[in-house]
Write a protein that binds this ligand. Sequence first.
Ligand code: ZN
Ligand code: ZN
Length: 243
Amino acid sequence: MIFNFTYIGKYFLHVLLPRTCAHCKEDLRYPDDGPLCPDCRANLEPIPELHCKKCGLPLDSGGGYCFNCRGHKGDGAADFAVSAFVFNPELRALIHEFKYRGRRGLAGPLGLELAKAYDRYPELKPYNFVIPVPLFREKETERGFNQSRLLAEVLGREKKLFVLEDAVERIRNTPSQTRLTKKERHANMEGAFKVTRPELVKGRRVLIIDDVATTLATVSEIAGRLKEAGAAGAAVFTLAREP
Ligand SMILES: [Zn+2]
Ligand SMILES: [Zn+2]
């Protein structure tokens, strides 16, 4: 008997892949839907035009800067940070599928969303060398991929930017940040990264890519190391921003 492996592959995919929305758990009606249903997908929230010029947080009113960045605009090593979406529950469910349930294929559509948002921020244009936030090596092996690297590769391909592979390394595994205060997060990240190939960043404007930014502790630490290594500038661009 000859097996049709394509057919068998599809059959198993159908059985294994969840056919409910990753957020609201409603049944997905069409094979191409998912991991979010159309309603949840429509609830993804782009960062509004009114956002802090330094840290990228949405603002309630004008003024250019959020309460934290006002007054001490030089705070943080990155030149500025911007994001594509607010980290709302729908996006949280989507990123969770991508990172923790091994749905590597989601890098494609999520990377395209990042590329679409890129066009809304002309200030990113001069930063044409891209560095994804590196994972600690063992963590990357365990997950099978670095989500930020996959996003950066799609962005680089779409927007003709150079992805600098392995210019920065995470030299220390850092405990999970989720239960830490802002101050603790910054301390937690100190000395976690090393620019292993300074010749790649010297004199260049670098764009640091991450999936989710919260306090910007991780990306600020990398921006600081890049500038020490001679980078002409370092800005941050993330898929999601958690207020
Ligand atoms: Zn849904
Ligand atoms: Zn701010």
